[in-house]
Each structure stands twice: as structure tokens, then as C-alpha cells.
Design a protein around this ligand. Structure first.
Ligand code: GLV
Ligand code: MN
Ligand code: MN
Length: 413
């Protein structure tokens, strides 16, 4: 195992410059997928990669690949990266860190005049967040064949149904020419902030990620009847929002019932007609369930469906429950996980194994290539929040681990 270092100041400076694009008043970033700001960040990425001697290609769904040649052009690339899109109240590091860490790996190799055997590609995946366009991980999902390309491009904007991901990518100039997927990747690494509290609480700079927990997402439509808020007596009402409130409470209870590992969230609610003096006739809401064990996710699914039926019956409503997205708990590749652990130990960084609570493009890449992730702590375990923060020394440590783990694969003959 090599033991090379990276330029942490340059990594930090790039992260801070990138964070200016979509910067919010509270110190975070709002850079939604396929928006004008996303395009601006993409152009900066392409410029930096060009300056680092990489050739950038953009595929039909906007995934960007910056290739640093290796000695042997016939070898498949070792790929590393993450995403440039953010949540509406996102931070400076979620996604951006993995992409900038990939760039710093390339810049550090350039500084050393180090020629790898296999090419290295820095990737920035399209629409990882799944906030503007749902579900998440759409670019990597199309690349790995999980999502049909035309269906992925037809994904509507959650707040403006007449806009699609494909049309927005075209509008901002990032519906590229390259075909999506269908090529061999030797290995995929993704560096990311943990987005939870474990590493910080343990005082550790590095988490060796052994896999990601599974997720089930649902879209639920509760249908009642609109009626006048004044003359309609309480017993006659079919108030869809009351049913939805009971479902939301049940989701939270299901999460608590499967402690300590279950997570259960309702993060998106649309009330119709959303008028103060009309009883709500229709509510649309989303549910996000996560757990590291598939059988628990299955139990949570059963409990959700029962709770929806009960809530609907209690108010004389209909509740339509659609499972919208699912991926099972995903273990990462043992050889690559070991490479991350060995690179961490070689650098002398204290570490522990950790399972990812968040979804990542690595989950889909694990379907087509040996994959592993590196976590660094984030302040207070807070992410998907404008106050998201991370320490420069931890980011540097994670990037150094990435560099040496990448070399372990890129120099294999
Ligand atoms: C991605 O940000 C997720 O929801 O895990
Ligand atoms: Mn992310
Ligand atoms: Mn995120």
C-alpha cells in the first residue's frame, strides 16, 4: 500500500469556490439538479478537470466523466466521484466533497508526475439528491441499467410537473452525446461526509464504509371530499388531511418501533385545494423508510399499509399507497473495503467500520463494479441543512485515503 498525501488547502479552496455557486444566506447551498446553478457548477468542474489534463465527456443523462489517461489505455478506468446537485437547503459538502476529492486525487498525481497503469475517471453523477426530480441516484441508476433511460429523462419536476429532467438538462446544455453506461468500470470509490453523528461522537476521522442500508420510498394519495369549513358538521366530514396526519404519525411510530436502526420520514406533503375555509379533499405525501436489514423493511411496509387502511377507514377516506422506489441493503466489495481500511491504517488514521445511512451513487455502482466508500465526520452529524460543516483536516484525511485506495486498483496489472 502506497502512502501518498494530498494538498488539503487546495481541496478546501476548491470546495469553498464551488460552494459559491448557489450559496444561501445561511451559509449553505441550493443547487438543484439540472438548474442554471447546477449548470454553472458543471462548467466550473469541466474547466478544473481540463486544467488538470483530463478529457471530459458528458452522457445523455448529464453524467460527467473526466478521464486522466493511464499507461495502458485498454484497461477499464478506476472511477471516483459523487454529485454536484444539492438539497434545497443543502450544505457545501454533501456530494461536492466526493467530486472535489476525486479532482484532488488527480491534481496530486499530476504534482507527483505519477502515471497510473489504468485510467482514472472523476465522475459527477446527475440528480443524486432526488429532491427536484424523484427518486434519487437517477444518473447512476441509468448508467447501471437500474432505470430505463427514457423513463429517467421523463422524470417530472416535483414542483412543476410540466418540466422534465431530460428537458431541463437540454435547456441548460448538459444532455450530452455519450451513450449512458454499457462500459466496464474496474472499481468505483466514493468519498462522502458521514451525514450522521457516529464518527464525530467516536472522535474518528475516517469511517470504512462496509455497505449501505436499504430504502423504500412511497407515494401516498389520500382522497376525501372537499366541503365548506363552516356549514359542514364534524361527523359528516371526509377530511383527507386528518387521514394524512394519522398516517404521518403512524410513519413516525413505525420508525420508533424498529429502533435503533430504522428511519422513517414524511418530507413532502401537498394539500388540495390548500384553502383555509375548504375541508381538504386530497393530500399527496411521500414516505422514506430505511433499515440495514431487508426483513425489517418488509415488516415496516406491512405496518405502513395497515396504518394507511386504518387511517382511511377512520375518516371515511381512500388511501392509495404506491411503492415508488426500493433498493435492498447493499454490501460493498470486500477487496475494495479492505483497500480503504489498509490505506487508512497506512496513513495512521483512527477508524471504524460503518454502514451508510444515506443513499449514494455507490449503491448503484455496486451492481456493476467493485465499489467502496470512505466517510469523514461532519459537525454535529448534521447534513441536508445549510449549516452542514466538516473539518478541513478530516476532509484531507479522507482524500488521502481515497488517493491510496484508488492507486491500489489503478496500478493492478
Ligand atoms: C440522499 O441524499 C439520501 O436521501 O440518502
Ligand atoms: Mn450525497
Ligand atoms: Mn444528499
Amino acid at each position: 500500500m502506497r502512502n501518498l498525501t494530498v494538498n488539503g488547502e487546495r481541496l478546501w479552496a476548491s470546495l469553498m469556490e464551488l460552494a459559491q455557486i448557489g450559496a444561501t444566506a445561511k451559509g449553505g447551498v441550493c443547487r438543484l439538479a439540472a438548474s442554471d446553478l447546477d449548470a454553472e457548477a458543471r462548467r466550473l468542474f469541466i474547466r478544473w478537470c481540463g486544467e488538470a489534463g483530463c478529457t471530459v465527456t458528458v452522457d445523455r443523462i448529464g453524467n460527467m466523466f473526466a478521464r486522466r489517461p493511464g499507461r495502458n489505455p485498454d484497461l477499464p478506468p478506476v472511477m471516483t466521484g459523487s454529485h454536484l446537485d444539492t438539497q434545497p437547503t443543502g450544505g457545501k459538502f454533501d456530494g461536492a466533497y466526493g467530486v472535489m476529492a476525486g479532482l484532488e486525487v488527480v491534481r496530486s498525481l499530476n504534482d507527483l508526475g505519477y502515471e497510473t497503469e489504468a485510467p482514472i475517471e472523476i465522475v459527477a453523477w446527475t440528480n443524486e439528491e432526488g429532491s427536484r426530480f424523484s427518486p434519487a441516484m437517477v444518473g447512476s441508476g441509468a448508467f447501471t441499467g437500474v432505470f430505463d433511460l427514457s423513463a429517467a429523462l421523463a422524470t417530472p419536476d416535483n414542483n412543476a410537473n410540466d418540466l422534465t429532467l431530460g428537458a431541463e438538462l437540454e435547456r441548460v446544455g448538459f444532455a450530452g452525446e455519450a451513450p449512458v453506461g454499457g462500459r466496464v468500470v474496474a472499481a468505483y470509490f466514493e468519498a462522502h461526509i458521514e451525514q450522521g453523528p457516529i464518527l464525530e461522537a467516536a472522535g474518528l476521522p475516517i469511517g470504512v464504509v462496509t455497505g449501505a442500508q436499504g430504502q423504500r420510498w412511497y407515494e401516498i394519495t389520500v382522497i376525501g371530499q372537499e366541503a365548506h369549513a363552516g356549514p359542514t358538521p364534524m361527523p359528516r366530514r371526509r377530511d383527507a388531511l386528518v387521514g394524512a396526519a394519522r398516517i404521518i404519525d403512524a410513519v413516525n411510530r413505525i420508525g420508533h418501533a424498529h429502533a435503533p436502526y430504522a428511519c422513517a420520514t414524511v418530507g413532502f406533503v401537498q394539500v388540495s385545494p390548500n384553502s383555509r375555509n375548504t375541508i381538504p379533499g386530497r393530500v399527496f405525501l411521500t414516505v422514506d423508510f430505511r433499515h440495514p436489514q431487508d426483513e425489517v423493511l418488509t415488516a415496516m411496509d406491512r405496518e405502513l399499509r395497515a396504518a394507511c387502511a386504518e387511517a382511511a377507514a377512520s375518516q371515511n377516506l381512500e388511501a392509495d399507497v404506491k411503492e415508488f422506489w426500493y433498493f435492498p441493503p447493499t454490501p460493498f466489495d470486500q477487496r475494495l473495503v479492505n483497500a480503504v481500511r489498509e490505506a487508512t491504517n497506512a496513513q495512521g488514521f483512527a477508524n471504524q467500520d460503518i454502514v451508510s445511512g444515506a443513499g449514494h451513487d455507490a449503491v448503484y455502482m455496486a451492481k456493476v463494479a467493485p465499489t467502496a466508500m470512505i466517510f469523514v465526520p461532519c459537525v454535529g452529524g448534521i447534513s441536508h441543512n445549510e449549516i452542514e460543516d466538516a473539518k478541513p483536516e478530516d476532509l484531507t484525511a479522507g482524500c488521502a485515503v481515497l488517493l491510496n485506495a484508488v492507486l491500489e486498483c489503478a496500478d493492478r496489472k
